[in-house]
Design a protein around this ligand. Structure first.
Ligand code: SF4
Ligand code: SF4
Length: 376
C-alpha cells in the first residue's frame, strides 16, 4: 500500500507546523531510516526571490520544522538545497535565501552554496540517459522534498513530482524546456528527473496553495493542510484530487499510471478524512477549454489540433508593469525576448508556450492569452 498522510495545518505558526511534521513522520516511520552521520538534504520549492507570504514558494516554517525534527534525532549534516530559476550562482542563491526567509534556518541547517553539479544516470528504460543534478542532491544519503501545492501553466499541477525539476541547475532548466516543447514530452522528462533523484519522503505545503496562473502568478487559496508520503506519485494523485483536478488529465500522473508507477487502487490515506475541496482550484489561463471532452472520442484528436492551432496560449506583456529587469529574457528557452528602451519585447513566432518568462517575472507583467487575441 502507498500511505499518504494528511494533517490539518491551519496556518504557519510554529506549534501547528511542528506538530503536523511530527505526526506525518511518525505515520511514515521516517525515524527508522535515520543513521548517524548521514547527509540529509531538504529540497524546498524556491523558483526565484519571493517572500514567505508569496504562495509560489515553500514556506520557511516547514523547512525549519523538518530541520529541527532531524536535529532532535541526532542528524547533524542537514543542507537546504534547490536551484532556483536564473543562473546557478552564489549571488542568486543569496538573494533567494534572504527574501524567502530561509536565512532564519542557519544554525539548524546549512544553506547550500556549492555551485557544482554532476551527471546522474537515469534508470534503464528512460527516454533520457542522464540528468545534471546539483551536487548536494546528487550526493545526499536522504532527501526530504518539500513542495508547494499549485496549479501550473505548463504541467497543470505543481506538487511533489514537479518540485524535483529544481534539482537541475539554473539555466539548464530552460534548455530542457526547449528540448521538450510538447507538454506531454516535457511532463515525461519531469517524471524521469523525479525517478532519477527519487526523494525518500515528500511533504506538500498546502497550508496556502496557489490557483490559476501558477507557479508564480496565481492567486492564494487557503487549504489548511499538509500532506506527506514516501510515494511521490500517490501523493500527487491525492493532491490533484484535493484541488479538483482529474489526475488522469495531468500528464505527469497519466504517464505515471501508464508506466505502472502509480496504482491509485493501492493508495491508503492516514490522518484527516479526505475529501476534495468544495470549490476546485481555478485552472491556469493557458489550459484549453474542456469542450473537447464533450465530443465523441473519434473527433477529439483532430479537434484538439485545431484548438491547439487557434487557441495556443501565448505570453503577453503588460508594458506598464514591466521594469526591464530582463529575467524573462534570461529564462526564455529559444532566446526570443529582447529588452528595448527598458521594456521587454515579447515574441509571437517561435514561442513554445513554456511560460518560463511569466514564472520568472518579478513584476507580474506577463499575462497569458490565446493566440487569436494576441496582436501581431
Ligand atoms: S516582463 Fe517582467 S521579467 Fe521581463 S523585463 Fe519586464 S519586469 Fe522583467
Ligand atoms: S516567450 Fe515565454 S512562453 Fe514563449 S518560449 Fe519564451 S519563455 Fe517560453
Amino acid at each position: 500500500m502507498s500511505l499518504v498522510s494528511i494533517r490539518k495545518t491551519e496556518d504557519y505558526s510554529r506549534d501547528k507546523v511542528d506538530s503536523a511534521i511530527a505526526r506525518h513522520f511518525e505515520a511514515l516511520n521516517v525515524e527508522s531510516d535515520l543513521r548517524p552521520r548521514m547527509k540529509v538534504v531538504i529540497k524546498p520549492n524556491l523558483i526565484r526571490a519571493m517572500r514567505p507570504e508569496h504562495t509560489g514558494t515553500t514556506h520557511p516554517s516547514l523547512v525549519l520544522a523538518v530541520a529541527k525534527w532531524l536535529r532532535e534525532r541526532g542528524i547533524e549534516d542537514i543542507t537546504v538545497a534547490d536551484s532556483p530559476g536564473g543562473p546557478h550562482i552564489a549571488a542568486n542563491l543569496k538573494t533567494v535565501y534572504s527574501v524567502s526567509g530561509l536565512k532564519a534556518i542557519e544554525g539548524t541547517a546549512k544553506l547550500n552554496f556549492d555551485l557544482g553539479w554532476r551527471e546522474i544516470k537515469c534508470p534503464a528504460g528512460y527516454r533520457n540517459l542522464s540528468f545534471n543534478i546539483i551536487n548536494p542532491i546528487a550526493d545526499a544519503d536522504y532527501i526530504i522534498n518539500i513542495a508547494k501545492l499549485k496549479t501550473h501553466c505548463m504541467t497543470t499541477l505543481s506538487a511533489g513530482i514537479k518540485n524535483m525539476f529544481g534539482a537541475v541547475p539554473g539555466l539548464q532548466k530552460p534548455e530542457l524546456h526547449y528540448k521538450f516543447p510538447n507538454q506531454r514530452d516535457f511532463s515525461n522528462m519531469i517524471l524521469e528527473v523525479a525517478g532519477t533523484v527519487m526523494p525518500n519522503v515528500t511533504v506538500i505545503d498546502a497550508v496556502e496553495g496557489m490557483e490559476g496562473n501558477g507557479p508564480t502568478s496565481g492567486r492564494t487559496r487557503h487549504v489548511g493542510l499538509t500532506l506527506a508520503s514516501r510515494d511521490i506519485y500517490a501523493q500527487d494523485y491525492i493532491a490533484a484530487k484535493l484541488i479538483g483536478l482529474e489526475p488522469e488529465k495531468v500528464d505527469m500522473l497519466s504517464l505515471a499510471i501508464e508506466k505502472g508507477l502509480l496504482k491509485p487502487e493501492n493508495i491508503m490515506i492516514e490522518g484527516e478524512v479526505f475529501s476534495p475541496l468544495e470549490t476546485p482550484f481555478k485552472l491556469p489561463d493557458s489550459k484549453k477549454p474542456d469542450f473537447i471532452d464533450f465530443l465523441p472520442k473519434l473527433l477529439r484528436r483532430p479537434a484538439s489540433k485545431v484548438v491547439d492551432a487557434l487557441l495556443k496560449p501565448m505570453p503577453v506583456l503588460e508594458s506598464n508593469k514591466c521594469v526591464g529587469c530582463a529575467k524573462c529574457a534570461e529564462s526564455c528557452p529559444p532566446k526570443l525576448i529582447a529588452i528595448r528602451e527598458g521594456k521587454a519585447v515579447m515574441p509571437v513566432k517561435g514561442c513554445i508556450s513554456c511560460f518560463c518568462c511569466q514564472e520568472m517575472c518579478p513584476a507580474r507583467a506577463i499575462r497569458v492569452e490565446c493566440r487569436l487575441k494576441v496582436k501581431k
